[in-house]
Design a protein around this ligand. Structure first.
Ligand SMILES: [Zn+2]
Length: 126
């Protein structure tokens, strides 16, 4: 396949796709673990009456942090899923803003990247 629409060779594409799938698996496992911990904590709380207000506040803080982490990971998973669907549609590796190739180096560091460095920094400062 000489067609290099995104400047990536077949082997580079295969490598990045593998990285995406690996990251997705890892994140899914983490989310599951965090959700399980969250359930444990809920069970513990309902099993005993929380008398100490300080303890309750700490637990709420922990739950909030845990929920934020789950949200963050769920976002990452959806970014990876979007990248995998771009692999399927043949637009993977192209900047969604300017359509230029993102480049293998950047993708290797950040396989779910959907913008080139220039557009990403524009998007972040906007
Ligand atoms: Zn761009």
């Amino acid at each position: 396949m000489a067609d290099s629409y995104n400047d990536l060779s077949d082997s580079q594409m295969a490598l990045l796709e593998g990285q995406l799938r690996e990251q997705q698996e890892g994140l899914r496992a983490e989310v599951q673990e965090e959700r399980a911990k969250s359930d444990d904590e809920r069970d513990r709380r309902s099993a005993r009456e929380v008398q100490d207000r300080g303890d309750e506040a700490n637990t709420d803080q922990w739950r909030e942090a845990n929920a934020a982490m789950i949200d963050h990971h769920v976002d990452e998973i959806s970014g990876i899923q979007a990248a995998l669907s771009r692999v399927q549609s043949g637009t993977y590796g192209l900047c969604v803003d300017c359509g230029e190739a993102i480049g293998f180096q950047r993708l290797q560091a950040y396989p779910s990247a959907n913008r080139c460095v220039q557009c990403q920094s524009k998007a972040e400062s906007a």
